[in-house]
Design a protein around this ligand. Sequence first.
Ligand SMILES: Nc1ncnc2c1ncn2[C@@H]1O[C@H](COP(=O)(O)OP(=O)(O)OP(=O)(O)O)[C@@H](O)[C@H]1O
Ligand SMILES: [Mg+2]
Length: 259
Amino acid sequence: MIIWSIANQKGGVGKTTTTVSLAGLLAERGARVLLVDTDPHASLTTYLNIDSESVSASLFDLFQVKEITATEVRPIIMQTAFHAIDIIPAHMSLATLDRVMGNRGGMGLVLKRALHTLRNEYDYVLIDCPPILGVMMVNALACSHRILIPVQTEFLAMKGLERMMRTLQIMQKSRSAPFKVCIVPTMYDKRTNASMQTLRELKTRYSDKVWASAVPIDTKFRDASLKHMPPSMYAKGSRGVYAYKTLLNYLRRLDQDDR
Ligand SMILES: Nc1ncnc2c1ncn2[C@@H]1O[C@H](COP(=O)(O)OP(=O)(O)OP(=O)(O)O)[C@@H](O)[C@H]1O
Ligand SMILES: [Mg+2]
């Protein structure tokens, strides 16, 4: 089971879009995919046409049990309308997690323990993170084999990325293995200076951590989200989907090289 988190402390950079795009492509290639929506805003959950308010058991509950076993984890998994894509949906209660649990010790590995119980059931777990550093993001980062950081190719993007990289540096101190990071340039518009300059700057500053290509601006992503469908299933031949296919091939090569 391979676990990727899709994270950036900056909002609206394409985290949820990246998560659902990669999930669709992985499922089409025969992988069993579990999505985890850790954002109290529940964008990923809503994207997949699940009403987060109607969810009865949630990730939040796992923070309150003594020992996490499959019995606790099973009920919080839901099937989506798409073959081989399941989801642990978000619930509003996640918004209170930091207030309720933030100061207790040992809260950083809850998701890791939960996913461990599912290790034989899924090939890939993709965790969509909220744009806030809190208990949920810490949990997501702690259990991931790789962190994908979508970065919008515009002038203010560098600041958000620097903040995210600092967070990883701080968390790195309590880990032995270094974080594996892949910066994913998104919403690239080759007609604008801002896009071109940002992409150039990303490659100069973060060289081998940056995916060498970029996801272009593509209105099909918005259309796919309105239809509640993974982009690859809604607009197979679109430029945006093609970009995510290239990204997925790249990530799989990285994972193979690591083995
Ligand atoms: N490559 C793209 N081209 C055009 N629109 C895009 C692209 N990627 C994402 N979008 C659109 O941009 C908006 C924000 O994207 P998304 O929700 O994926 O960002 P996010 O980082 O998850 O945001 P948040 O921080 O609020 O969770 C959405 O309306 C989405 O459809
Ligand atoms: Mg999101």
